[in-house]
Design a protein around this ligand. Sequence first.
Ligand code: ADP
Ligand code: MG
Length: 495
Amino acid sequence: MPDGYTEVERYWVDEPYTFVSIIDDTRMFHYQVAEPSLTTYEKEILERVYEDLQDVLTLKDTSKADKNAVLADKTLSLFERYHALLDVASMHRIMYYLRRNFRGYEKIDPLLLDPHIEDISCDGVGVPVFLYHTKYRNIMTNVVFEELELNSFVIKMCQKSGKQISIGEPMVDATMSDGSRLQATLGREVTTRGSSFTIRKFKGDPITPIDLISFGTCSIDILAYFWLAIENGKSIIFAGGTASGKTSILNAVSLFIPSLAKVISIEDTRELTLHHENWIAGVTRKSFTGGAGEVSMYDLLKASLRQRPEYILVGEVRGEEALTLFQAMSTGHTTYSTIHAGDVQTVVNRLENDPMNVPHAMLQSLDIVCIQVQTYVNEVRVRRSNSIVEVTGLDARTGNIRINEIYHWDPAVDTFKQAGESYVLNSIMQSRGWKQDKLVSELTNRGKILEYMRGKGMCDYISVSLVVQAYFLNPERVLEAVRNDNLQEMISQHL
Ligand SMILES: Nc1ncnc2c1ncn2[C@@H]1O[C@H](COP(=O)(O)OP(=O)(O)O)[C@@H](O)[C@H]1O
Ligand SMILES: [Mg+2]
């Protein structure tokens, strides 16, 4: 450790090989990756094995455990062939680097293994890689790339994610094999500091409504409201800035879609995860030759309408597909999508103007807009549903769109306030022929179930889906299971 620094914390990311040390130079924290060091002799052997393995290694159809075994096997036989003088510890250290380079992501492999890291960004050649760490927030690392190394690394990462990057097509958006999102640029054409990449790490299971409650993103009341609204085919747009959690909340509340309903999702990069049997997931395709072979969101959406979906999920609307989405809404489909916009007025402006061009009158088909924000509570980065508004129609006099805020977040006390009467709930009550007390009990019961699940830690998306499904088929049974404290047992019979 350099002079004048103190170590704040140290933890393993790949025991017993690699650990991370967080150090403090009194101005800021630094993230130091410490990998095993190799002697000159070990480095020579590593390079030789690396070369020779390129030819013999075909790891295509083997499972993960098998792949590591095959790699170890071939390496050992090469050690033997070279008559290498290595003790067991040296062999393990060399094996570590082979695994991380062949199977993993080389230098950034330790960063991908660290569960505290949310985003990894490399902004160019010779610039330290930056991270977003759950505990230390934005933090600089000791990982730096040289020019040629970075170019070939970016090409390799894209290839591993099934995409091609080249000087002719220097920007790529891809999904990595573990579900992480990768954005990469190649060369100095589009980014003057050289190739760059950003990885938004995939965090295992998708975020569920129960997680949203635990994170404080929404209140139980808000989720009970979404549950009822979604079950009854009300359409929602989730708006917000970059990384405000739009896609995550869209995915979370989509678990409230009745389990047998026909669902079609359309995305540029695969992010959504549902547990619905009757779900068709579409991903757009960009053509490398331009024109032919390209499948846009608009194409997919038009095609999907012929398949008679009840629920349509569109990852993010940006262009002409917005109009098709609103046409779908106005012909009785329920749709959920996200849009980049910080408030309701901007949502409306973006929808009405080029390139979306949704006619004013058509906006009435939308029922709810939820505005997500990324903000700070006690210096910790959090996501909140800042405002939930309903679209109640057009003002007959002015022709303006009429909106009605029903929940908003109060940053001073970090709680959600109910703002107005819900037009959406009233319309559900009418169409289902419910009395006011039936509506109230539907909301309270759903709230109770959500609260119970949070208390029990039943937050994975499969459990949430099974409970929603069970409630749809037989609400009384679910409520009874909550009362008898055996909901977990009840749903596990269906697994
Ligand atoms: N409610 C939340 N609480 C905490 N983290 C969240 C929440 N929603 C999303 N995230 C995290 O924030 C990042 C961005 O989320 P995402 O939904 O992709 O944002 P967007 O679609 O607005 O760009 C992801 O790493 C995700 O895991
Ligand atoms: Mg998104």
